[in-house]
Design a protein around this ligand. Structure first.
Ligand code: BGC
Length: 661
């Protein structure tokens, strides 16, 4: 990985302008407040390589599936959180030239993301082709105190010239996704207008009728004194701009542009009420001004940090790293809205489409559980509960019956979006992580009422799935689970993946335990539940118990080592040290076929199971499995080292734990 950022306890800092870093910095410096988020694109025009990204949580598009070979069971579409109105745009025109860092000589460049305050700032000095030197300083934040609000402050100082400056502050909905399957644009214009200094644009998705309404009010200060300007209104399809003309700015004087924004979506407001909502809100927002809004925003961030900061002494890079992770989790999901979830890459770009993966339950959930109000974790569980009917429908599409649920590999609204058979149909362990999150929630909170009202229904549906997904092998005289992909995606279509079998068995037992608990404490709720879902308690539990007692769990004979899957030992046993450095990561150097045949493990698999259920294994079991699997793991998912690190720490291998951390 290229290292070009400065190490600092609270800040991410980039010094110097290198166009080849622009796209990666746009991701790393992204900001958000759970409801909206964006990449750190420049406010002013930039013609170099850049990925524009402004996102609204829960606003997605069903992009028609594109695959080479269609398989029955594939979803019709991939639901992706789409690039939305670009509301940061402030173009600067110096005489005849548009300010564009790709075309300038940039003599100074500094960018900073202050994670404590949630503030993105940038400053630069640039010389245009015509030799005009300008200094620019920008600050922006997306308010953590009010989910609709964002503010940008953009100051520009001409250093060696007196010339007319035009400022074009705009909202642009004519945007696209780089990952659009058919190069289609996803937005139509719905409404736009300008009145009383407020420009408003509403766009709607071509399918599903999601609406996004953005309002902006732009103010100006010359050398810190407010000045009033009339706007020239520029309208294009899905675009509204306000152009201002300045001929009074002298060399070394500073023009400060403050752009106040109020953005809402149809998840929170009726489309035909958006204009009213925004025109009511924006004057209040701008009256508060940058400083007050910023103070409110900071207070919200600081309160979060009080609860969730992790202090590391003696290793600033580690300190910065853990804070970056905490910052990302907090700005991606705040937990107030149970319709939302956590895209693996947050608001940093298009990768993974902003969908919900098992990452939420297996990796993110504990963070919110330990650092937020209990409702945050509860809302994450409710998200899945509400999608249970769709998970049952998803199971039906694949041939399962009687209320068996297979939660999607990737989803936004409960429908499966993923379309690679070896993952969509086979990476079924995701069901286990959802059951595990329920268990995790209960053991932290004791919210047994949740179990009775919601959790048990999910658990029964998942257990019904496992019951139908196993089959009895007369050769082994055991139940087996065939044709799966474990967490290690460098193996597909394997039989008896230890992790999957273990979590399936555990879920069946946990469901039985929860049934006992709910029956003893909430018998009325239980009775209405079994009626609702047609649950034949004694019959179904009897079969589950039989599976629990007889499910095959592969092990390497005469050792404590659980076998990742059948046949794993037939592979050539190498360690990741045997792979030349210039062939790493292997997924970018080796054919898929070579990867599949190798012993190399993408991410924690057996060790993922050991991590979840660490109290169910002896110290020696944990240790031997760790030292068997870790050397074969290439950690080519960012979900891997953390899990191994925790387990290394558990067995007292502090050096290894630190290295992996
Ligand atoms: C990992 C999955 C994960 C997905 C999204 C993949 O590379 O292998 O386990 O769910 O990324 O983060």
């Amino acid at each position: 990985m290229k290292k070009y950022l400065e190490v600092d306890e609270w800040k991410i800092i980039e010094k110097g302008f290198d166009p080849s870093n622009v796209e990666s910095s746009e991701s790393i410096f992204s900001i958000g407040n759970g409801k909206m988020g964006q990449r750190a694109n420049f406010e002013e025009h930039y013609s170099g390589h850049s990925l524009q990204g402004n996102y609204f949580a829960g606003i997605f598009y069903p992009d028609k599936t594109r695959v080479g070979w269609w398989k029955i069971g594939y979803p019709e579409y991939f639901g992706k959180m789409i690039n939305s109105v670009n509301w940061i745009g402030i173009d600067i025109i110096l005489g005849n030239e548009i300010l564009d860092l790709a075309k300038c000589t940039v003599t100074e460049f500094y960018r900073e993301l202050n994670m404590y305050d949630g503030l993105l700032a940038r400053s630069f000095t640039a010389i245009t082709k015509e030799g005009k030197t300008v200094k620019v300083f920008t600050r922006r934040f997306i308010s953590m105190a009010d989910f609709k609000t964002a503010v940008i402050e953009y100051s520009i100082t001409p250093i060696n010239f007196n010339d007319t400056i035009y400022v074009m502050s705009y909202l642009d909905g004519d945007v696209k996704n780089r990952d659009s399957n058919y190069k289609e644009k996803f937005w139509d214009e719905a409404e736009k207008c300008f009145d009383k200094e407020i420009a408003f644009l509403r766009v709607k998705t071509k399918k599903l009728d999601f609406h996004v309404g953005c309002g902006m009010k732009t103010e100006f200060y010359l050398n810190d004194k407010k000045i009033f300007k009339n706007a020239e209104i520029i309208k294009k399809d899905k675009y509204i701009g306000t152009r201002y003309f300045f001929n009074e700015i002298k060399q070394n004087e500073t023009l400060k542009i403050t752009k106040f924004l109020c953005n809402i979506t149809s998840l929170d407001c009726y489309p035909d009420k958006m204009l009213e909502e925004i025109t009511n809100n924006l004057p209040m927002i701008s009256n508060k001004g940058f400083n007050t809004l910023f103070e409110e925003h900071c207070n919200s961030w600081h309160k979060k940090w009080e609860k969730c900061d992790i202090k590391i002494e003696g290793d600033i890079e580690a300190q910065q790293g853990i804070r970056f992770n905490i910052f990302q989790l907090n700005q991606t999901y705040t937990g107030e809205d149970e319709r939302l979830n956590i895209g693996p890459k947050g608001f940093t770009g298009e990768k993974y489409g902003g969908g919900t993966y098992w990452d939420t339950e297996a990796f993110c959930f504990p963070f919110y559980l330990c650092t937020s109000n209990q409702n945050v974790a509860r809302n994450l569980l409710l998200y899945r509960y509400k999608q249970l009917p769709k998970a049952i429908e998803n199971g039906q599409k694949l041939g399962f019956t009687d209320g068996a649920a297979l939660f999607p590999m990737v989803t936004v609204n409960g429908e499966e979006c993923h379309n690679e058979w070896e993952i969509t149909f086979e990476e079924i362990h995701r069901n286990g992580a959802i059951a595990y999150a329920i268990y995790n929630y209960i053991r932290h909170t004791d919210d047994e009422e949740y179990l009775a009202k919601y959790g048990l229904e999910v658990l029964i549906a998942i257990s019904r799935f496992w019951k139908q997904r196993v089959n009895f092998s007369s050769v082994k005289n055991k139940y087996v689970i065939l044709g799966v992909t474990g967490p290690n995606e460098y193996e597909n279509n394997v039989n008896n993946n230890w992790y999957t079998n273990y979590i399936a068995r555990w879920t069946l037992q946990y469901t039985i335990d929860v049934i006992d608990l709910v029956k003893s404490k909430y018998i009325d709720i239980y009775n209405s539940l079994i009626k609702k879902i047609n649950f034949d308690e004694s019959k179904e539990i009897k079969v589950w118990k039989n599976i629990i007692d007889n499910l095959y769990l592969p092990i390497i004979e005469n050792t404590n080592i659980f076998l990742q899957q059948e046949g794993y030992l037939d592979k050539e046993m190498l360690t990741s040290k045997d792979i030349p450095q210039d062939q790493r990561p292997i997924n970018q150097h080796w054919s898929w076929d070579r990867i599949l045949r190798s012993c190399f493990i993408k991410q924690a698999d057996v060790i993922q199971g050991i991590y979840f259920f660490i109290d169910q294994f002896t110290f020696d079991q944990v240790k031997e499995n760790f030292y068997f699997y870790e050397p074969k793991t290439v950690h080519e998912s960012s979900l891997s080292p953390s899990i191994y690190s925790v387990v290394a720490s558990h067995i007292g291998d502090i050096n290894k734990a630190y290295e992996l951390y």
